[in-house]
Design a protein around this ligand. Structure first.
Ligand SMILES: [Zn+2]
Length: 216
């Protein structure tokens, strides 16, 4: 399969907007891809927004974002504190936040999957498409109790360095989540292994996304 590269010499990939409902969503959904791209593309600028947090989780998420974005040329990390599981109740205020994000002029937006069964995730996806009308948007997946994994259509193979670092950074950073049944490195590795099998990744591991619209 011919490899598709993001950006061109005329229009290189520079500005990436990462959106997550909860403190660890971005890392779980696309942390390996971010680490891979930071190794491959010089001069990446990141705007990283998490919409719900508590003081403790916010601290963890800041540390995690610092670890993931260490090689970024610039980074802006914003934690909002809307109540977890209630984001749809604040959709008007969150839409105002989205309007302000337009100024960043992202080349690429990483967001939740449209058919994710978590209501907070779906709202962030909906507002992403509703706000960014001439942008490349990739939707990442989050494994969960509801069992909503689908058939993604864009795969990012990850080298050992990226997928292992992703899991290590997540497990190290999010102490408050460690007691949760789903917060296990085997789950993160298993999903990446499955996606790696589906795209014949040389290392065996990959992250996958839903790309609804692509202009080449
Ligand atoms: Zn989440």
């Amino acid at each position: 399969m011919v490899e598709f590269r993001l950006g061109s010499t005329r229009q290189p990939l520079r500005r990436i907007l990462c959106l997550g409902s909860h403190c660890d969503d971005i890392e779980i959904g696309c942390g390996g891809t971010i680490l891979r791209w930071l190794d491959e593309f010089p001069n990446l600028q990141f705007y990283w927004v998490v919409f719900s947090s508590t003081p403790k989780r916010r601290q963890e998420a800041f540390l995690s974002a610092q670890a993931f974005l260490r090689k970024a040329r610039t980074k802006k990390v914003v934690m909002r504190n809307y109540r977890d599981s209630f984001l749809p109740s604040f959709s008007g205020q969150i839409k105002e936040d989205f309007e302000k994000l337009k100024k960043f002029k992202p080349d690429l937006v990483l967001t939740h999957y449209r058919h994710d069964l978590h209501q907070d995730h779906r709202l962030i996806c909906e507002l992403t498409w509703n706000t960014f009308r001439d942008h490349l948007i990739l939707e990442y997946e989050i494994p969960k109790y509801d069992g909503d994994l689908g058939q993604p259509n864009l795969f990012v193979p990850l080298g050992q360095e990226s997928y292992k670092r992703k899991v290590r950074y997540i497990m190290d950073a999010f102490e408050t989540q460690r007691a949760k049944r789903w917060f296990e490195k085997e789950i993160f590795l298993a999903l990446m292994r499955l996606r790696g099998m589906e795209c014949i990744a040389p290392s065996g591991y990959a992250e996958a996304f839903y790309c609804r619209k692509l202009v080449v």
